[in-house]
Design a protein around this ligand. Sequence first.
Ligand code: FMN
Length: 81
Amino acid sequence: MSPEQKLAWSTAQTYLALGNALHGATSLGIDSCPMGGFDPAEFSRILTIPKPLVPVMLCPLGYAADTPMPKIRFSKEDIVF
Ligand SMILES: Cc1cc2nc3c(=O)[nH]c(=O)nc-3n(C[C@H](O)[C@H](O)[C@H](O)COP(=O)(O)O)c2cc1C
C-alpha cells in the first residue's frame, strides 16, 4: 500500500476500535467525547507524537461534571423502514 492507502486503512481501523471503546466505556458508566476536526500535525507537535504515528481522533474518558442535556433524537419510526 502507498502511504496514503496505509493512512486511510489504519484510520478506518481506528474508527472501528474507537466505536467499540465508546460503547464499552458507556456500558461501564464512563463518559466520553470523541473529537475530530483537529490539526494532526499540530497535535503531534504539542504532544511530541513521533512519526509515523498520525492522530486521527481524540477521545477523553471520564465522568462528566455536568448533568447531560436532554437527548434530541428522531423517533425509531422516522429512521427505521
Ligand atoms: C471539539 C469537539 C469535536 C468533536 N468532533 C466530533 C467528530 O469529529 N465527530 C463526531 O461524531 N462527533 C464529534 N464531537 C461530538 C461529541 O463527541 C459528542 O458525540 C456530541 O457532543 C454528542 O454528545 P451526546 O452523544 O452526549 O449527545 C465533537 C465534540 C467536540 C466538543
